[in-house]
Design a protein around this ligand. Sequence first.
Ligand SMILES: NC(=O)c1ccc[n+]([C@@H]2O[C@H](COP(=O)([O-])OP(=O)(O)OC[C@H]3O[C@@H](n4cnc5c(N)ncnc54)[C@H](O)[C@@H]3O)[C@@H](O)[C@H]2O)c1
Length: 279
Amino acid sequence: MNIVVVGAGTMGSGIAYSSAASGHAVTVIEQDQKLLDQGMKRVDDYVQRNLTRGHINKEQASQIHAKIRGSTDFAKACSDADLVVEAVFEDPGIKEKVFSTLDRVCPRSTILASNTSSISISKIASATKRPEKVLGLHFFNPVPTMKLVELIKGERTSPDSVKAATSFVETLGKTVVQSADRTGFIVNRALMPFINESVKLLEENVATRDDIDKAFLLGTNHPMGPLKLADFIGIDVVLSTLKVLETEFGEMFAPTPLLEKMVKEGKLGRKTKSGFYDY
Ligand SMILES: NC(=O)c1ccc[n+]([C@@H]2O[C@H](COP(=O)([O-])OP(=O)(O)OC[C@H]3O[C@@H](n4cnc5c(N)ncnc54)[C@H](O)[C@@H]3O)[C@@H](O)[C@H]2O)c1
């Protein structure tokens, strides 16, 4: 398939890599040449990492490189797109503008997917004249490793679009679960309050950090305890996701004060080398 990925940040670079590694022709779009160069470097980092770890060989690495090109020109990049995955900033205004542009420059048959974590798919679809071809494909970070994609149907998404998007995801070796267009979908709706409650256990001195994580490793067979997982996701991401859920569903999602404090102190988890753990 001809795949276009809009936005080559954390998620877009992973989606581009995974798509090219599965044999699709990929065009990555960024806002300007400098951001495009940075985005292509992120994609290349995935290639190098997978090469070093022995997941791909040199020949496969050069095949992946050959499958990916970059562009700053929406019209040119989208002229023969089968499916576009949008992974720009989590901002409704920016996403609606991108979808309105995509609708204008893509062939009528192109499916338009958003990787949004929290914005309504129906709202995004309303920026286009093809709401039946718009849906959510919510990938998980890091994309090449994580096997799940949540597929979100908007009010007017057609069964054919769902089928085509599901087939695409399966070519990446990933599995689709379907969720209605409700904030947090499946995973974040249940995971974020779980992490929040785990942080409260620490805050209220109910248990130590290590015992909280150990409890879920050994008591529920989780591969990683909730505090370590929060560090991995990013404390800032956990905080902002809880705030979005709180706005939608009320107080039971209100982030606990320790999360606010950690973000103010710049303890964002692995990416700042300091969170619930030091790295
Ligand atoms: N980071 C995560 O763990 C995660 C997980 C699942 C979903 N998401 C969602 O994925 C999307 C992207 O998140 P991210 O973490 O990759 O963000 P990011 O900030 O790392 O990357 C966003 C990229 O989009 C580019 N961009 C912005 N506007 C653009 C435009 N008009 N045209 C082309 N490119 C544009 C930016 O230059 C940037 O490189 C968001 O909707 C986010 O909610 C993120």
